[in-house]
Design a protein around this ligand. Structure first.
Ligand code: NDP
Ligand code: PYC
Length: 343
């Protein structure tokens, strides 16, 4: 292990997150839901959305941008639709409240949509689509963020980093899941590069003058770029539309304006869509899902890997051996506890 790394069990990571979030004033349901997500990020080797996010949560909570006592309100506007008003709390409590309902509606209607409104979002989307795929549903999730990303051909931030996630149930131990930003990389990844003094690859961002840069701080101050040029740009626009105005919530530009320079996590909505394979196929669904396995065999059979394969392997390793956390990050988190770091 590197000298500057500390080994922790996944349970210790979760306890640390619970202690910090409780000390920051979140009520128990949010402490539990947010700590579980942070621990899952660290466990699965997604460090940009792991313990590091405690610093982001601290900053966001201290900036007064989170309702610490939020209790989600459920709205049931149509047979295949559910809306959860998160009341300014973290999106995780919205998903916890909405999961049984979207499950039930997808099974009754074949397809259902869950809008999580008025929530703070700091996290990855794979926990949600993975959970629904484990429930036997095909799932999609989308959320805007803050206006940090220039459209292809432009140089001014307009889109969020706008992730898209997909989950597909499989007969084996793990569903097929992918989850990525429509920017070339998540902003959290560029922030980690800046903190660790590492340069970023060309293609991730432009400096404030609109010129390509490998300097993480310059890209954060300027604009990020979409992945795949005009294709990522169109997908980013789609996320703005379907997880913004379609569900009555903010675009990334509106979220950044509402932030008012506080530098807190994005505020807005998330859209989740779930499809029950039996809605199309009834009792024949299981046979078709088995046939779908040939696609995965075709990918892995030629030496390519499935998305989430790295994550599931990291999970297995972390649960057996614990995770390595940068000592410097732990010091910053401990400083949050003794109040010396006013994030
Ligand atoms: P990546 O570009 O690293 O892409 C991640 C996805 O691609 C994962 O599913 C990953 O699987 C898969 N993948 C990576 N490499 C390969 C490969 N060689 N072959 C097959 N699959 C591969 O991630 P991003 O930086 O785009 O996003 C990281 C996270 O940030 C996401 O979880 C996203 O939800 C989150 N995010 C959240 C935002 C928000 O507003 N809440 C905004 C933006 C991002 P694996 O994990 O196994 O490597
Ligand atoms: O890493 O881009 C990001 C991000 C935005 C909100 C949460 N994560």
């Amino acid at each position: 292990m590197d000298d500057d790394k500390v080994r922790m069990t996944v349970g210790e990571v979760r306890e640390l997150a619970e202690t910090v979030l409780g000390r920051l004033g979140l009520a128990e349901p949010q402490v539990n839901a947010v700590a579980a997500t942070i621990a899952a990020g660290e466990r699965d080797g997604c460090t940009a959305h792991g313990l590091y996010r405690l610093l982001v949560c601290a900053h966001t909570i201290r900036a007064g941008k989170v309702n610490p006592d939020a209790e989600p309100r459920i709205h049931d506007p149509a047979p295949g639709v559910v809306r959860i008003d998160c009341q300014g709390g973290y999106a995780q409590i919205g998903f916890d409240a909405g999961r049984p309902l979207i499950n039930d509606k997808a099974r009754r209607c074949g397809i259902a949509a869950l809008a999580i409104n008025n929530c703070i979002h700091f996290a990855a989307l794979w926990p949600e689509v993975e959970a629904l795929a484990r429930d036997g549903l095909v799932a999609f999730a989308f959320t805007p963020s803050h206006a940090w990303v220039a459209p292809a051909g432009g140089t001014a931030p307009l889109f969020g980093t706008n992730p898209i996630a997909f989950g597909w149930p499989r007969p084996g131990p793990h569903p097929f899941v992918f989850d990525f930003a429509t920017s070339a990389t998540a902003r959290g990844e560029i922030e980690l590069h800046r903190r660790e003094g590492r340069r970023i690859p060309l293609g991730w961002g432009l400096d404030p003058d609109g010129d390509p840069t490998t300097d993480a701080a310059e890209a954060l101050a300027g604009s990020m770029l979409t992945f795949g040029g005009h294709k990522g740009s169109a997908l980013a626009a789609m996320v703005e539309l379907i997880a913004g105005p379609l569900i009555g919530d903010m675009t990334s530009a509106e979220s950044l304006a509402a932030d008012g320079g506080a530098g807190a996590s994005p505020l807005g909505g998330e859209l989740i869509i779930a499809i029950d394979p039996e809605g199309f196929l009834g009792g024949a669904a299981a046979g078709h899902l088995t046939r779908a396995e040939q696609l995965f065999d075709g990918i892995t059979g030629q030496g390519a890997r499935l998305p989430s394969e790295r994550r599931y392997q990291a999970r297995e390793r972390s649960l057996a051996e614990g995770v390595e956390v940068h000592a410097g990050l732990l010091k910053e988190i401990e400083a949050l506890l003794d109040g010396t770091l006013t994030a």
